[in-house]
Design a protein around this ligand. Sequence first.
Ligand code: ADP
Ligand code: 5GP
Length: 185
Amino acid sequence: MKSGKLIVLTGPSGVGKGTLVRSLLTRHPELHLSVSVTTRSPREGEIEGQHYYFVDRSRFEQMLEAEELAEWAEFAGNLYGTPYFALQQGIEEGEFILLEIELEGARQIRNKFPEAVRIFILPPSWEELERRLRSRGLDSESAIARRLLRAKAEIEAAGEFDFQVINDDLEVALTGLESVLFVNC
Ligand code: ADP
Ligand code: 5GP
């Protein structure tokens, strides 16, 4: 049977992970996106079961206790985790599954699924990362400050990853990702 793959995309908040993932899914409908569970409130336009499964803290803790999460982390005051159910089955069925998660979760995935391909998305500059976080217009100033603080530590860990892709020009970054996904793995 054809075996699938886990592809982990990590990078600081605002670097463009969501934008890249949406473009990849449009261009390659055969790719699957793992939908995470989070205690964060939905942003405008976010849809339950498509962007996230939105749960409260006690439900998240129940899932943790029942070992239903392949990885999890706290990020900017909220909990995020990847449910196991779609992963295991998807890999066995030969699917390419994208996980768009932060650094701590990516490290847990490396331990549990050593064969996962891990890609770090870098911004072209610190100034541009800050500009993108603000231009998104979805987070409060305090949330942006928390995300920037975390971004520094995350970027320092980029060297731990199998591949680094700079998201300067979107098309160039997409081509870089496609070459990792479809040529190198
Ligand atoms: P993340 O998912 O990593 O938090 P987003 O995908 O939400 O980041 O992108 C953050 C902001 O940056 C959005 O406003 C998005 O349109 C913009 N953006 C993403 N990629 C690029 C790019 N290559 N050039 C310019 N702006 C970008
Ligand atoms: P956001 O609140 O902007 O949607 O996500 C904040 C951060 O949490 C992003 O870096 C995103 O990649 C990460 N994230 C989303 N889902 C998960 C998950 O299931 N696990 C982990 N560890 N991080 C996640």
